[in-house]
Design a binder for this molecule. Structure first.
Ligand code: EPZ
Length: 421
């Protein structure tokens, strides 16, 4: 096992290009199952979640080749329609293979993973959506299955704009007879990216401004090529690190609209933000100001995935900040680790109160989950001295070689062997 050694207390400066969005490439790879041909997907980051998804595609019978950040996926040879426990327990978001596999093969069975680090992660909305389309959804031991040949378009109203449920319903309805309308659908940029990929392959999907997605069923999808959007959560993570450590960082290949919901928070912290066509510059010369209240919401609200990184920056702010986590029920596990650096965070129900301190002290901590891991990295970059971070497999799920990215901005970060693990 490995851990990070971070000698913090240094300003960040320089220029960095964002890699592709993890939460876009994963659903697009699942969607490639619907294509009876070759999907050439550019700007795919080399992340452990992507590697697991590629292994699933290969298990299903697809041929996948990586050349740099391009994945070429040939799904003509798909010969299986089940996904084993070893894959599903590694990557529970692979549940969106259910809709794609059921639509392609008429029957799909996936091992049903349990909850994860940040919550129970139920899939009731996914299954309800597939049932509304006419799939017979049932459990077989620890597997959840969906089968159906005569799938008809229908109207589906989501009580909550679930990202995964929206994606699963879209994939399950691409070949349905007639039109499917999804009301109160998720509007995250990654959904739009998935829809763009599918439409390039011949699907007929429209999104209107009132969160309604319309999927007009087609007979088949053909080979296509697509470039994945850049990772807005990586952008916000780098911005949080700059706000906390101070510095002057230019982030290239950014989609400003995707990052827009977080800009008021960085401005309230006192950062100087300059947006150009596809880059964003953040300058932070002083201790961040506290931010009175942040509430995580579905897009275009403040993203739940940015909650932990931004919280790390607020640990050294000049006053009391509050963050309310409304999306996941257990997404404050990183606060305990942040307090080991000398932060002063208290959590009651779904609100974290961050009483800013002058400085953080080096510590030995662990990653509790993907974004919680990013938070402790930011705290270690901010603390003057050497910190150690273990369980970095969580970070590797969503950030490509984070030590190289940070080192390119002047941070002193090394990946070393964790002899204790
Ligand atoms: C996606 O998860 C992302 N993952 C998450 O990113 C992100 O935090 C989340 O959307 C919200 O933006 C991927 O795209 C791979 P949801 P997902 O369905 O689809 C409840 C990261 O750090 N819910 O919008 O699982 C659920 O319990 C990850 O990159 C149901 O109740 O999110 C949660 O409380 C973490 N029933 C809320 O909705 C359901 O059937 C949001 O879940 C589905 C969801």
């Amino acid at each position: 096992m490995e851990k990070l050694m971070i000698d913090g207390g240094k300003r960040l400066s320089g220029e960095i290009t964002l890699h592709g969005a993890k939460n876009s490439v994963l659903p697009i790879l699942s969607a490639s199952v619907l294509v009876n041909g070759v999907s050439v997907i550019h700007n795919c980051p080399d992340l452990s979640d992507v590697r697991v998804t590629v292994n699933i595609l290969r298990y299903l019978g697809a041929r996948v080749k990586r050349e740099g950040s391009t994945l070429t996926v040939d799904t003509t040879g798909i010969c299986r329609s089940n996904i084993l426990e070893e894959y599903m327990s590694e990557l529970r978001s692979s549940i969106i293979f259910l809709g794609a596999l059921a639509a392609r093969t008429g029957n799909a069975c996936l091992y049903l993973p349990g909850g994860c680090d940040i919550g129970l992660r139920p899939i009731d909305l996914h299954l309800k959506g597939l049932k509304s389309l006419g799939y017979f959804v049932y459990t077989q031991g620890s597997n959840v299955c969906a089968s159906g040949e005569d799938i008809k378009g229908t109207k589906i109203v989501l009580p909550f704009p679930s990202v995964g449920a929206t994606e699963n319903i879209i994939l399950a309805s691409v070949f349905a007879k007639g039109t499917t309308t999804v009301i109160n659908a998720a509007k995250e940029p990654e959904i739009t990216d998935l829809i763009n990929f599918l439409n390039k392959a011949g699907a007929k999907i429209k999104v209107d401004s009132t969160s309604v997605i319309t999927v007009k069923g087609v007979k088949s999808l053909h080979s296509t090529e697509h470039t994945v959007i850049s990772d807005r959560i990586l952008a916000t993570t780098l911005m949080s690190a700059t706000a906390s450590c101070r510095g002057d960082v230019l982030i290239d290949n950014a989609v400003i609209n995707d990052i827009m919901p977080t800009l008021p928070v960085f401005e309230e912290m006192g950062c100087e933000i300059t947006c150009n066509k596809s880059s964003i510059r953040i300058k932070a010369d002083n201790r961040p100001h506290c931010v009175r209240f942040i509430e995580t919401m579905a897009f275009p609200g403040f993203p739940t995935d940015c909650q932990a990184p931004v919280m790390a920056s607020l640990c050294v702010a000049d006053g009391m900040s509050a963050i309310k986590e409304t999306v996941f029920e257990n997404r404050f596990k990183h606060t305990e680790q942040l307090n080991l650096f000398g932060a002063d965070i208290t959590v009651k129900d779904r609100i974290a109160m961050i009483n800013g301190v002058e400085k953080l002290y080096p510590a030995c901590v662990k990653c509790t989950d993907l974004r919680g891991g990013a938070a402790v990295v930011i705290a270690a970059l901010t603390a003057d001295g050497v910190s150690y971070i273990s369980d970095i497999k969580h970070i590797d799920r969503g950030y490509e070689r984070i030590e190289n990215q940070l080192a390119s901005l002047g941070a002193n970060v090394m990946r070393i062997k964790d002899e204790k693990k």
